[in-house]
Design a protein around this ligand. Sequence first.
Ligand SMILES: Nc1nc2c([nH]c(=O)n2[C@H]2C[C@H](O)[C@@H](COP(=O)(O)OP(=O)(O)OP(=O)(O)O)O2)c(=O)[nH]1
Length: 158
Amino acid sequence: MRPTTLCFPVRPDGKLLLGRKKRGFGVSKWNGFGGKIEAGENFLQCAVRELREETGLIAKEEDLELVGFLDFHFSASSELDHIGFVYFLRQWQGTVQETEEMEPQWFDPAALPYDEMWKGDRTWIPMLLKKEKVKGIITFAEDNENLQHLELYRIDNV
Ligand SMILES: Nc1nc2c([nH]c(=O)n2[C@H]2C[C@H](O)[C@@H](COP(=O)(O)OP(=O)(O)OP(=O)(O)O)O2)c(=O)[nH]1
């Protein structure tokens, strides 16, 4: 699978914007916003485009803070394997809109809906919230849901 981006808008009061995915892979899970890089795009361009498509928010590339680099492996379906560049975004233009793909909602960082998120997220998102940057490999079991292996490192720079 092509590389992907994943962006979490963060408000001045610390709340994070998540979206409940309405269709496709990971349907009904809460997640950040992103998707596959398109031909001719770099990661920042992809992150800006996906955020706009999924939330209506308009970001400047220079406002995207790279906070994570994750290697997602699916032991049963290697065609799903992908790397993900993870960004925090603290400034944008526009207002949040529900889209065909995502139902957005702001969450207190201390009360993220981890039970309805990808299983590794409860481990690496709190690291990001502590201002750590994270690199790692997340391997999902045969059911593409449960974790088979999780290897996360705190790094100085992504
Ligand atoms: N937060 C989080 N997201 C994950 C994990 N594993 C995983 O595949 N994803 C997400 C990242 C992407 O949104 C998605 C990868 O599939 P995708 O690129 O087809 O997703 P998409 O439908 O949003 O992409 P697109 O068609 O819009 O390009 O799954 C995980 O462990 N945590």
